[in-house]
Ligand binder design. Structure first.
Ligand SMILES: Nc1ncnc2c1ncn2[C@@H]1O[C@H](COP(=O)(O)OP(=O)(O)O)[C@@H](O)[C@H]1O
Ligand SMILES: [Mg+2]
Length: 339
């Protein structure tokens, strides 16, 4: 096709591909990476719409490969491998090369991956968040948590996809917290976040688009069939991997209109405050009084066909998998072309 006739830019789907070993074994070290099937499903959507799309791995040769393939636009899926800034690295490289791309910039990626920082930002907008503290290896955990009410949930402060969250990541007293912390610090780099355990229902809200016109999908509930351990309900790595046996999803969630409005407004507010772009998903959980609390914002939500939460939230509004992936792409194209 002649250059002048081409409607879409040459596009790279940039990803961290899950290895076969990690798909098959129980380790969560590649929890956030995408499966080869998901990456190919996204590329196929783009191809069906006439987008010249190739897949490029987010590794140390990324910049070189982008130049070699003469990439003009990117669909960024890369979660990154190293450090708290790992989700910001590919956006940073794309910015450096002046290649427009689908997804949030390095700043939004960096802040959102730090759960505590992101909660503080949300709280500054009057959004309800669970009380919590960051705990570092050298800290006295008892002292740090003395203002919190047990039970507490303990999670890595800068991970995602359930990584580092177990069915029993719950401490009922300081002694249990200390035991949990010791085992977590052996496995996960970085700080841990201890939060008051919210016993209520769980929801996620998808967003599509940009700026004040961003579209907020109605909340989807994660409905547990039974407690995941003891009397607790935790969307842990194990449950996320084997979700069909433990949860089902209801979208739109059956909740009072006021509660729905509050969650959608909160999701929109944090999305805009961080300057997120094109696509995001925000997780909530209710406290004991049935009020929704913000847990985290995911600017890189999973886009697996069949099981990722984000496409499911869009499905209830009539989007097929193909529709939602392409809508995300088009939102980015529209934003970067200024139309
Ligand atoms: N404060 C909390 N109270 C109760 N459950 C929580 C709390 N924080 C996290 N969880 C549970 O752990 C899951 C994963 O936590 P989240 O912060 O969303 O991390 P991830 O990035 O791994 O999805 C949540 O979906 C929820 O089930
Ligand atoms: Mg989550």
């Amino acid at each position: 096709m002649a250059e002048t006739e081409r409607k879409y830019p040459k596009t790279a789907v940039i990803c961290n591909r899950k290895s076969v070993e990690s798909t098959e074994n129980a380790s969560d070290s590649e929890a956030e990476f995408d499966s080869p099937e998901t990456i190919e499903a996204i590329r196929q959507v783009l191809l069906r719409h006439g987008v010249p799309a190739v897949t490029i791995e987010a590794d140390e040769d990324l910049a070189e490969n982008l130049k070699q393939h003469k990439i003009e636009f990117a669909f960024n899926l890369a979660e990154g491998k190293y450090g708290r800034d790992r989700e910001a690295q590919v956006p940073g490289i794309l910015g450096l090369l002046n290649i427009p791309y689908m997804g949030s910039d390095a700043t939004a990626m960096g802040i959102s991956l730090d759960k505590d920082l992101c909660k503080r930002l949300a709280a500054s907008f009057g959004i309800r968040v669970p009380k919590g503290v960051v705990i570092r290896p050298a800290d006295d955990a008892c002292e740090k948590t003395e203002d919190l009410t047990y039970p507490l949930i303990l999670k890595p402060n800068a991970e995602g996809s359930g990584r580092g969250i177990f069915d029993r990541s719950i401490a009922e007293d300081p002694a249990e917290l200390k035991r949990l912390l010791t085992s977590c610090f052996q496995v996960y780099d970085g700080d841990m976040l201890a939060e008051e355990y919210l016993p209520g229902r769980e929801f996620t809200v998808g967003l599509l688009g940009n700026g004040p016109e961003v579209h907020v999908f109605r909340p989807m509930e994660v409905c547990y069939h039974e407690p995941t351990e003891d009397s607790y309900y935790v969307y842990s790595y194990r449950i996320k991997k084997d979700f069909r046996n433990y949860v089902h999803y209801e979208c739109p969630a059956k909740i009072p209109a006021e509660c729905e409005r509050e969650m959608m407004a909160a999701a929109r507010e944090v999305f805009l405050a961080l300057g997120c772009r094109d696509v995001s998903r925000v997780d909530f959980r209710m406290n004991g009084a049935g009020e929704p609390c913000f847990l985290e914002l995911n600017p890189l939500p999973g886009l697996a066909p069949d099981y990722s939460d984000y496409p499911m939230t869009a499905e209830s509004e009539g989007y097929s998998y193909d529709d939602i992936v392409f809508a995300v792409y088009e939102a980015a194209l529209k934003r970067t072309r200024g139309i």
